[in-house]
Design a protein around this ligand. Structure first.
Ligand code: DON
Length: 305
């Protein structure tokens, strides 16, 4: 049964505030380790354009892997379906930063959202451009999608990951050894770390996701067929080895980031952003997942009917 949205949002906020187990804040990027775990925000933009938010919706956070959705839209815009020769479209069943599968699959990452796949997507999005030009385009895309020019990259976060992102360095060199990285690894990684360091508020992220709802009146950044495909990948791969569980519990496409943000799309109905910095064992926001599970159930939103 469809409930009144503002009542449901208040209910979710109260549950989140009372929660004892908030998960664990990511600390492998030192700059993220100091984020206050008690932060919580949830914002929903409906198909009629109205926005409804609760909690710390105006506090900026690092979107990290949520940026992979915007990068994919740009890379598909540049290369179309040729991109799929370099990266697969299957769930990985492994951690976001795993190197294991890459050897088995001879340098073709399983999907565009695990780190190896996202590094290939960023490499493809560079397409002969300097990282600065690509990052400028990425910001223009996100700002246009959100209709907000205040969105920026947090250089301290990018620097912090540049200094400590040894696994990603390994993945990039491994990809290069298979000929699936066209730019020097340091160059692609520089672009990738800055892309992950895009900072937004929860309210801004919900607006930036509107183009994926395909609802009339929402910004149209990519063709409708491509919107469907991006949503399909978010549903099947957006939460790494937690993707099946997220699809089961929430029933909507979503993309998480280790900053604790999740972008969730209710096609034709709403763009939803949630932020709670504590993560579960799969590196996805713990309370964020619980919050959108609650929201989807109470609103009757699901791609499965
Ligand atoms: O590459 C990394 O490890 C980070 N910049 C992004 C990882 C991430 O957000 C995984 N998502 N849950």
């Amino acid at each position: 049964m469809t409930e009144d949205l503002s009542t449901v949002l208040e209910e979710i906020l109260a549950t989140a505030r009372a929660s004892q187990d908030r998960g664990k804040v990511a600390d492998y990027i030192p700059e993220l380790a100091g984020v206050d775990p008690s932060r919580f925000a949830l914002s929903v933009v409906l198909a009629d354009g109205s926005q409804h938010s609760v909690g710390d919706t105006d506090v900026g956070f690092s979107i990290q892997s949520v940026s992979k959705v915007f990068a994919l839209a740009i890379a598909l815009g540049r290369h179309g379906d040729r991109l799929w020769a370099r990266v697969g479209r299957e769930p990985s069943g492994l951690a976001f930063n795993s190197i294991l599968q890459l050897e088995h699959e001879r340098g073709i990452p399983r999907n565009p959202f695990i780190n190896a796949g996202a590094i290939v997507v960023t490499d493809a999005a560079l397409a002969g451009h300097a990282p600065r030009e690509y990052l400028g385009e990425l910001l223009r895309f996100i700002r246009a999608a959100a209709e907000d020019d205040g969105i920026h990259i947090n250089d301290a976060v990018a620097r912090s990951e540049t200094e400590t992102g040894h696994r990603n360095v390994a993945l990039a060199h491994y990809l290069r050894s298979y000929g699936n990285l066209l730019n020097p690894p340091e160059m692609t990684l520089g672009a990738y770390f800055h892309q992950c360091a895009v900072e937004m508020t929860c309210a801004q992220l919900a607006r930036a996701g509107r183009f994926l709802t395909a609802a009339p009146g929402m910004p149209r950044m990519v063709a409708p067929g491509r919107v469907r495909r991006i949503n399909a990948l978010m549903l099947t791969c957006g939460h790494y080895d937690g993707s099946g569980d997220f699809a089961y519990r929430v029933g909507l496409p979503g993309k998480s980031g280790v900053g604790g943000g999740i972008l969730v799309i209710a096609p034709g109905r709403a763009s939803i952003a949630v932020w709670s910095p504590g993560l579960n064992a799969q590196g996805n926001s713990k309370l964020g997942t619980e919050a959108v599970e609650h929201l989807a159930r109470r609103m009757g939103w699901s791609v499965f009917g």
